[in-house]
Write a protein that binds this ligand. Structure first.
Ligand code: 5GP
Ligand code: ZN
Length: 115
């Protein structure tokens, strides 16, 4: 499933360039354009859905694939001392791109605020 008007669908399709750090048939991981930490990568299932509330069973499998892959991506980025995952859901969380994505943040001690 893709949405022709979705920024992350366009990035997954290669229509908009990105700094890729990992790609396979199910997911793409690329550097955030406005990094909030020394390492800030977005891990995106290639199927389009906006939030967990709209996720079907097949897409849940893709999210699982992302979660299984993330430790390997983190290791490849040198995040041996830890990292944080954030998945914004909706307006109050500050979600701006309505294609589910997992923020992978690290590269420095992240502090104890916002979990
Ligand atoms: P959200 O706020 O929806 O959880 O996260 C969206 C993220 O996408 C933001 O951190 C923002 O910096 C990033 N972003 C927005 N547009 C682009 C883009 O064109 N390229 C890349 N690499 N990241 C983007
Ligand atoms: Zn999309």
């Amino acid at each position: 499933m893709t949405d022709p008007n979705c920024l992350f669908c366009k990035i997954c399709a290669g229509e908009i360039p990105s700094q890729k750090v990992y790609e396979d048939e199910h997911m793409l991981a690329f550097r955030d354009i406005n990094p909030q930490a020394p390492v800030h990568v977005l891990v995106v299932p290639k199927s389009h859905f906006a939030t967990l509330a709209e996720m079907n069973e097949e897409q849940a499998e893709l999210v699982k694939e992302c979660l299984v892959r993330i430790p390997h991506i983190a290791a490849s980025l040198g995040l041996a001392s830890g990292y944080r995952l954030i998945v914004n859901q909706g307006k109050d969380a500050g979600q701006t791109v309505f294609h589910l994505h997992i923020h992978l943040l690290g590269g420095k001690p992240l502090g104890e605020t916002i979990v």
